[in-house]
Design a protein around this ligand. Sequence first.
Ligand code: CDP
Ligand code: MG
Length: 736
Amino acid sequence: MPAAFASTKKMRLFDSPPAKKHTTPHRKAIPKWVDVNDEDDRIGKRKRQNVNGGLKQPQAHITPPRKKARLSGPLTPIQEQRRLLPIARGKDALVQEIRANDVTVLLGETGSGKTTQIPQYLLEAGLADSGLIGITQPRKVAATSLAARVSVEQGTPMGGRVGYSVRFDERTGPETRIKYMTDGMLTRELLGDPLLSKYAVIVIDEAHERTLRTDLLLANLKRILRERNGDAHDKGKGKQRNPLKVVIMSATLDAEKFSQFFYNAKIIYVKGRQHPVKIYHCAQGQTDYVDAALRTFFQIHVDQPPGDVLIFLPGQEDIESLEKSVELFARQLPVGHAEVVVVPMFAALQGPQMARIFTATPRGARKCILATNIAETSITIPGVRYVIDTGKSKEKRYLAGHTGGGLDTLMTRDITKSSAMQRAGRAGREGPGFCYRLYTEEAFLAMAPTAEPEILRCSLAQAILQLLCLGQDIQELDLMDAPDVDAISSALRTLFLLGALDSHRALTPLGRAMASFPLEPAHARAVIASKELACTAEVLDVVSVLAASSKLFVDATDKRAEIAEARRALVHPTGDHLTLLNTVRAYRAAGGEPEKEGDEKEKVGRSARREWARAHFVNERTLKEATSIRDQLRVSCTRAGIDWRTSCGEREEPVLLSLAHGLAQNAALIAPDGSYKQIMGQSVVKIHPGSSMADKKVPAIIYDELIYTNQIYARGVSSIPKSFFATLGAFNRREA
Ligand code: CDP
Ligand code: MG
């Protein structure tokens, strides 16, 4: 079959070398972009003039003359790599600027060394003498993998001088000076330490992504700066006992907005290293982007000189499906073609799998990296010469309900122009590169320029709950973009129904308890309910799977019958939640109970569990992650005075009732025509075909989420007795 890619013109999306009529060189689409090396074109002159015109302070532009290497001794290869990064040339000037200003906005091309080097420069310059250096990342996997890299650069073990802190996982110690963390973790730290007093420097990285948590942090940093550093006028009066430095880093051109937000903070531009990237658009739009990516990959593989290929896809499912097809086709290539090494890269990956991305491609082979937008700006992979861009990404979006609160959905959407440019840029890091866009030039031109900040499109319930614990009102907070009033009232309503707020919008003790769990309010509510209902062990098992970053059940439409057969014994008559519980428990039982870490029995257990997961089409990665989440939640339970050992044995009602306390807003009743109608909303929902409840008719259901396709589907569904509604606080409150 792959031979077809080489011989059948019809199979090809791009002629190679692409003929003029099929392709549009990028220069036409966005003038002044192709030669990204020319810094005046890219961000330089035009932007700097703007910036200078708009701001009072002079703007620094750091590209000092290349210094002759001052070597006091032989450098290890890794130190040599550090020294060769574009940012290294500006090191002294950068440190000086950061030292001189409370807030610095640092703009620089992806891969120039911002994230890995700046914290180390500041550490070496003594800026961490009075406290920690914290660096936030929007994604967990970026925080952990960058911390791993910087640990190696520092020559200390992980959790030594360099550590990380992400939800459900922390590696720091008394020696830690540099801490990589998710923006969510730093927001949580505000709860216990509103001035973030243990930090001397806080670096907000990937600020251009404008996640909800980054925005909340920026607002709080403004307050903290006022309190810790005093007003600009107070300076020099010796009042600053524990001043804070803030560095905002971004890979895109939106520096001014950040600068203005922080009273015209200084903007520094670090010149990157970018080679020209030739961009090709498809002549026609593609309906099946996974198939189009497969064909384009083999076209490159067969026709083009060596160089790794990076393919951008929206999510894990697409990545896993493309991974299988690329491997299948690669095995069938005629002899003489280079070997293909497929490397997936998405948020749910664990450390060792992540490390594969950075291992050098074996000689003569071609690496094919399948990534989500995580590879856009947060993680730079060496060796990439070709980029295939499907033009899609998954985006969180909040759908406001009519009467009840709305909900967050994850939808595959077209990317923005800014993302498309970043994706193309990944091909030109080490030499001239090529980007194949699986969409037309018209489609590119029709893309939105940049993404909307998350605060304008996400559920605010968890954020508002955390702010209330800090004594802050979201409507009075100085935010870069204020959220919509409807979104705020919808979130307040959700919190009220969950019992976190009273009718005067004041935080209740229950609300405070909910905020102490690193969980969504609905799941935290279920855990708290499990105390009274004496089923905490069971609820923790269910909730930890729901909080994991990937799905438990592997779904392959072509194997539906086979999968159903394999899982038959796990299915619980009440639906998906208890099926999930059965699965977790059967998986653990499959390996026998481990005696202690590392002993022989444990090793046998491990392979038995792996085999069990494979045979039942269950994602073992999710189960492992869920186990570690459960262990963390046990700690939170103990802290909240909940005994996590309490079990209800075989009884199902207490577990379902606990979950219903959290999911009360996601409940529906059967209508006379057999469809389900939301109780707190107007919508008619169908049960997702992948659910164990599909096609079943029961009086009432609760569900984890709604999926919007051509219909509204409920996923993660359980049947519950109608009588539950009488006992649920939410329903009593609704009437109130
Ligand atoms: O933050 P910025 O995009 O400016 O760059 P960075 O993340 O600091 O990356 C600097 C360099 O370190 C890049 O060339 C990466 O490929 C490399 N790096 C690596 O080799 N291994 C990692 N785990 C992380 C980064
Ligand atoms: Mg970075």
